[in-house]
Design a binder for this molecule. Structure first.
Ligand SMILES: [Zn+2]
Length: 289
């Protein structure tokens, strides 16, 4: 049975912490390096519900994509919601480890998992990592849709392939336009519009698109936008990450049990469509017009 330090070393080999953005806070949040690890839970968000799931599961290690503390803190009092998570975990001997922008940039990383969930053929990174001679690491991925399909069909398929959320999929663009090439970026991707335009793709799949960047992108060129819930675009990575750790565990004969949280931790919990929305805005209602 491996010690936490050995498992963390394996995770750091998959997602080297030095490849995280400067502003990021990745690595081990709590945990005893000498503690044995048998069971590992992967999740997107280190929220209380996920900590409770780790306790119920008897996990020894929780690996999340999002940091618990992105900035420094002076308290882990259980009177704060983040401190309560720390208390829940430590009381049950559960370590917490974060792989965030280092997992975004990895090969394979968060956007590979997103592209895989959408059944897309990856041709390369959207923003290549200059330190990768193979040209495979970096932010986002450029992909081909094979066979090409209409934006309406692509969006319907994305809604079915990604885990269900209250938001579902928001779409901007001509629903009959053919989608042959797509840029994907798991998580908030509206800082990458320049790169997406430069890539000359037909559509961009990401999350958290705001009014002005989306509106300006639409005015600039006929780029279609496919906006999914932030959590849904990153959740496929948890399955990929668990499979990667399984492989390491098999190689070392560790016998780790890995689990993937299926709790929907997207903060949006309901969606009320406007009663007077134009018919064309509802793909499902008018599939073939
Ligand atoms: Zn994210």
């Amino acid at each position: 049975m491996p010690a936490l330090s050995e498992v963390i070393a394996a995770l750091d080999a998959l997602w080297p912490p030095e490849r995280a953005e400067q502003w990021d806070a990745v690595g081990t949040v709590c945990g005893d390096p000498d503690a044995p690890v048998r069971r590992v839970l992967f999740a997107v968000d280190p929220v209380q519900e996920v900590a409770d799931e780790a306790v119920a599961l008897g996990a020894d290690l929780l690996v999340t994509h999002h940091p618990l503390y992105l900035r420094g803190t002076t308290t882990v009092s259980a009177g704060t919601f983040k401190g309560r998570v720390v208390h829940s975990l430590i009381k049950h001997d559960i370590a917490l480890h974060v792989a965030h922008t280092n997992a975004d940039r990895a090969d394979p990383g968060v956007s590979d998992a997103l592209a895989g969930a959408l059944d897309l053929r990856i041709t390369g990174p959207l923003v290549p990592d200059p330190d990768d001679p193979a040209g495979r690491r970096g932010l986002g991925r450029i992909c081909e849709v094979d066979p090409p399909e209409t934006l309406a069909a692509f969006a319907e398929r994305a809604a079915g392939r990604l885990p269900a959320t209250a938001q579902g999929i928001r779409v901007a663009g001509d629903r009959e336009a053919l989608v042959r090439t797509v840029a994907v970026c798991g998580g908030s991707g509206d800082s990458l519009f320049d790169e997406v335009r430069a890539a000359g793709v037909d559509a961009y799949v990401t999350a958290d698109l705001r009014h002005h960047p989306a509106s300006e992108a639409q005015q600039h060129s006929p780029l279609a936008l496919v906006d999914a819930a932030h959590w849904a675009t990153e959740w496929p990575w948890t399955e990929l990450a668990a499979a990667q750790l399984d492989e390491v565990s098999d190689r070392h004969g560790w016998g780790l049990r890995t689990h993937v949280s299926r709790l929907v931790t997207d903060p949006w919990t309901a969606h009320a469509p406007s009663p007077s929305a134009p018919a064309a805005a509802t793909f499902a209602a008018v599939p073939n017009d």
